[in-house]
Design a binder for this molecule. Sequence first.
Ligand code: HEM
Length: 226
Amino acid sequence: MSWFTSTFTSSIGKKLVMSLAGLFLIIFLLVHLGINLMVLLENNMYFNKTAHFMGTNILIKIFEIVLFGGFIIHMIYALFLQIQNWLARPVRYKIENLTNQTSFFSKYMIHTSVVILVFLVIHLVDFYIKAKFIGDVSDVVYNGKEYHDLAALVEAKFLLGGAVIFYLIALLFLGFHLNHGFQSAFQTLGIDHKKYTPVIKFLGVIYSILVPLGYACIPLIIYFAK
Ligand code: HEM
């Protein structure tokens, strides 16, 4: 079996691919947050123009294909590994669970991922599919050029209390998922060092709190203050 085939079929290979895809998604979440926070600015032009750039630039379009690939690979491999774990001898597992110092969040990765998946599907239908495929978004003109008014779409969504609550719950689960996922990805890549591992763990905790909080500001500020 070639190294390429074994990377995609062995347990450790699957975990490696899953971790790399996860790290890629961690970077995406930061970029996506940075752009989305612009929707809170007084002038919607900045958000709409940036979203337009992100939706039309050829490099970003390629990135988008990689992104969706990353999500799918991450989810399919996580599912494979989880099924493999469930099929493994349960007795051994119970003992492992008693002895290793897994965090609370690490035990619920598959559960939190289901909530994130449901969120993602609803989220893409709400914004991405509406804007890209249904054309269910109004247009605005800046300097004689037409742009989708995505900001208006986001604002309309978060004037609904139900949507705000749904986003906040999903973001809480995202935080739980990231709390373990961040440091676990580095560990799978072999970074296990007396000095660096605590730093990675600390960064993971900070990231898993600040990023979901940053996202949560958007529905909350739109609902209560915009
Ligand atoms: C308050 C929070 C969020 C807002 C306001 C928001 C807004 C948006 C908007 C407006 C789009 C459509 C962009 C376009 O069609 O050009 C989009 C797409 C997308 N969102 Fe979000 N988003 C939020 C949170 C999230 C979270 C937490 C995730 C991941 C867990 C996520 C993943 C995605 C993905 C994968 C896409 C499609 C790719 C892209 O257009 O960049 N979003 N989001």
